[in-house]
Ligand binder design. Sequence first.
Ligand code: GLN
Length: 318
Amino acid sequence: MKIKDLKEKFVASIYELYPSEEVQSFFNLLSEKHLGMSRIEIALNSEKSISEENISKFEAATQRLKSFEPVQYIIGETEFYGLPFKVNKNVLIPRPETEELVSWVVESLEKRREWREKRVEKKESENYESKRLSASLHPDNYRDCEKILDIGTGSGCIPIVLASKLPEAEIIAVDISMEALEVAKQNASLNKVNIDFKKVDILNSDNWNLKFKNLEFNCIVSNPPYVRELEKELMEPNVVKYEPATALFVKDNDPLLFYRKIAQFGKEYLKPNGLLFFEINEYLGEKMLKLLKEEDYSEIEIKKDIFGKDRMLKCIKK
Ligand code: GLN
């Protein structure tokens, strides 16, 4: 079979199920994976013959697409923030809105570092005695690396990007799922970054002291489960049927459970002035503000995603 016939057959079998741009993009992704050919190479070699083995790989993928399995699980990988990530059914497929959250974290931490460095230079040039500098401004301390914690790491997409953007940071990432942590570990080595992964159920506060003994963080990030059961029917079948429910859903009667626990955790394990970042449910922005006020955080700020929806929150421990 020639490439052009393979493509025709592929398009014909799923065109009723997906928009045509999506069908195109599935074909390109599968060709890249199974034939090692880019979109351009496919176009230039449409008369080339395909082996039986590769034809059956395309057939298997077509069957899975017919039952709405996400193409990223079929291929086993995806891209996030320009980096490659392995994914399987044990982890959520990284979302573009999470890229926006990560950008915000990187920007904020870089701004803080510049600010700290400037303060130190200024103090030094004003000839302050070093003993009069507060600990956080002491030149020996400002080089002290950032300590960052990601809670509910899944594929590891958040800490891995942070590690690649902030090479001096020390990063710990936790998840309740051992299977997810396996994927995250693979992704850390794929991207050549060093992250300390731990299995933790963050809702179990009795265990915090055991798991985080003597640790304090400058920054905590989390994209916890936040979709209410009542929102399930608004979701695409590929998400509901294939992505891990534990990473997505919360009970309708207590949708902020994870945020409340993490905010309480932050009060014990964030340094004073430490930053807390969340990805949030677009419908629950107001409730999030109220929660973090009640938990006594300051400078609470909500940011919209590119679709204009309340999607991220940043606040500071007093
Ligand atoms: N934004 C994701 C979705 O709508 C949900 C991510 C989450 O629950 N943390 O599928």
